[in-house]
Ligand binder design. Sequence first.
Ligand code: NJP
Length: 251
Amino acid sequence: KGRVALVTGASVGIGAAVARALVQQGMRVVGCARSVDKIEKLAAECQSAGYSGTLIPYKCDLSNEEEILSMFSAIKTLHKGVDVCINNAGLAHNEPLLSGKTEGWRNMIDVNVLALSICTREAYKSMKERNVDDGHIININSMGGHRMVPSADEHFYCATKYAVTALTEGIRQELREANTHIRATCISPGIVETEFAFRHHNSDPEKAAAVYESMKCLKAEDIASAVTFVLSAPPHVQIGDVQMRPVEQVS
Ligand code: NJP
């Protein structure tokens, strides 16, 4: 309560659900994305619902480091700093390894890997300069960050999420070496019913329809519940990774 959380990719899907849940719990949430109008709408909804926290919309293209650094500097000026950083923004282009376009690969690395790393470094800097010892970095990973999906369209995306698995463990180790009690966790969902999942199967709409019809997918709110669970763990508990799939998902 009263803490400042940054949620990246807060305009739709999982990020919007996480932002809403944290505002409901009384946090001051800076929600960023390119479509800031959607975050403004969500902020108004949170206010009308009478939630005790606030949602502050911030327009930021996370593939641009200068925009990320300006955002952290604005957060420092207006809200003193960040106590919790939820690295949620992510994307998947269907670009196989043997035929995909470099541009699509680069975009996935920029947002899924580099933006997450830059935000983590800047959030840690902000926590350290204010002696925040109970901060938390939460990375929204994927089950694709733990096993390769047998679909050429998803191989590069999986590689970026394997990077998130390695980065989360590396961040945890560096935080310990720095002698802080700041924690690092990743949450690894299977299929979640969001625009991401629909877009991802665009290349084969029949396949998408079959997947969605055949199983009850996770909801964005399920991931938001995992985030609030992780944040509510007692200070001595380090949750490394929460893997969650729909019951009916096989791979
Ligand atoms: O995705 P989606 P989800 N700069 O597409 C933002 C992981 N995941 O909520 O800029 C700034 O609905 C974008 O905002 P905008 C997945 O890998 C998902 O499902 O306005 N923001 C939007 O808010 C990802 O890490 C599934 O377009 C940028 C958000 O990112 C996380 O969950 C399964 C941006 C994407 O919203 C959230 O995914 C899984 C940029 N350059 C893992 N580019 C699943 N849904 O099935 C994108 O295993 N964003």
